[in-house]
Design a protein around this ligand. Structure first.
Ligand SMILES: C[S@@+](CC[C@H](N)C(=O)[O-])C[C@H]1O[C@@H](n2cnc3c(N)ncnc32)[C@H](O)[C@@H]1O
Ligand SMILES: [Zn+2]
Length: 368
């Protein structure tokens, strides 16, 4: 519900706090914003109609694919890792627990990149039921976040901001494992927002373009999550508490390698990882990096949903993709999904890109 997170939100026009009224919210300056009947709040300074975001068909495909459970292993893994930190303390926690503690079904593929390098790319991806591999990299102690003493809550429920949350699938799963936490699902697609708003009672869903200023208070989030979604490093840094963490999930270049060619999928551009690195430089320092490969077992319908929920949907039509699936995999396929999960700490001393009022509770007004 939006009321769960309203105190963390700001007016996109004047950046003051928001108050709830019947069917809408408003700021002290009188700017007001409709609460959709579906429960989400569009917070844009007069450009709601121009919002980008996934189409109705893409979101339907994503919902169906997620609902079939192909992403469960990734969602569980994220929830396991991140919920403990939200409830148990962020400072030292993420670095401590994420490093060297990956056990169970995850068992391999430790990446050998330097700690402050980023890999991955902006793309939509697929996930699967069976975790096949994954390890973590111990890249040293947490940086940039010891002054709070580690609760990550600053006197209130820890808040998770999910950037490009889609249907809210990962955020809802995380909140189920973190009973005290609240989540802000940010997306530009009203079709996604409708789902996210009802994905969990402690989710508040807001519609905005994440490429611009986020209508969220400075230094209010204990965790910022970004799963296959666009990123805005300056804003993610600004909304994050100094002791908070940024978790980014990206597909690797090996992602769905078996089906990329025959189905004409949009591929992961290796140069995107360089661009991502450059984007985050100066804002975040990588703390940990996990690789995770999943063997999927997909019916033809699953394959179609997987293709049509991602960027390929912008280039190809469903009947065309269905025909290609029928031609190559009439009884389904078993491609490998391949992801990287990165955990970053905000750089201390980063120049403030201040948008909005001071933190909601307890936190510092600016990050230095
Ligand atoms: C590939 S989907 C990932 C959704 C979700 N994180 C998941 O993995 O299920 C990318 C999401 O980002 C949203 N998106 C794309 N561009 C955006 C923008 N400029 N501002 C806000 N959301 C955006 C899309 O609507 C979509 O829901
Ligand atoms: Zn205002």
């Amino acid at each position: 519900m939006i009321h769960t997170v309203l105190a963390h939100l700001t007016c996109p026009t004047c950046h003051q706090g928001l108050t709830a009224g019947p069917g809408r919210v408003h700021c002290p300056a009188g700017h007001s914003y409709d609460l959709a009947r579906a429960g989400y709040l569009t917070l844009t300074a007069g450009r709601a109609k121009a919002l980008p975001g996934d189409s109705a068909d893409m979101v339907r495909a994503r919902e169906a694919f997620l609902g079939a459970g192909h992403y469960t292993a990734l969602a569980d893994r994220l929830a396991d890792r991140l919920a403990a930190e939200l409830t148990g303390g962020l400072t030292g926690g993420l670095a401590g627990r994420l490093t060297g503690e990956l056990t169970g079904r995850l068992a391999g593929a430790l990446t050998d990149q330097p700690a402050n390098r980023l890999a991955g790319a902006l793309a939509a991806g697929g996930h699967g039921r069976q975790a096949v591999s994954g390890t973590s990299q111990d890249s040293g102690p947490a940086q940039g976040g010891s002054e709070s003493g580690g609760s990550g809550t600053s006197g209130g429920a820890p808040v998770v901001v999910d950037v490009g949350a889609g249907t809210g699938y990962y955020l809802a799963r995380l909140l189920r494992s973190a009973p005290g936490a609240a989540g802000i699902a940010v997306d530009a697609s009203r079709y996604a927002l409708r789902r996210a708003a009802r994905a969990h009672p402690r989710i508040g869903a807001i519609g905005t373009d994440v490429r611009g200023p986020l209508p969220i208070r400075t230094a209010t989030a204990a965790l910022v999550l970004d799963v296959f979604a666009p990123r805005n490093a300056a804003e993610m840094h600004r909304v994050l508490r100094p002791d908070g963490r940024l978790a980014i999930v990206t597909p690797t270049v090996r992602h769905l390698g078996e089906i990329v060619g025959p189905l004409g999928l949009v591929t992961v551009d290796e140069r995107k990882s360089e661009r991502l690195r450059a984007k985050l430089a100066g804002f975040f320092v990588q703390q940990d990096r996990l690789a995770m490969d999943l063997e999927l077992s997909l019916s033809p319908d699953d394959l179609l949903n997987l293709v049509m929920m991602g960027p390929t949907a912008h280039h190809r039509r469903a009947p065309e993709v269905r025909a290609a699936i029928e031609a190559s995999w009439p009884r389904g396929a078993r491609p490998t999904a391949s992801f990287t999960v990165e955990i970053h700490a905000p750089c201390p001393g980063q120049t403030v890109h201040h948008v909005g009022p001071p933190p909601f509770r307890g936190g510092r007004q600016e990050k230095r």
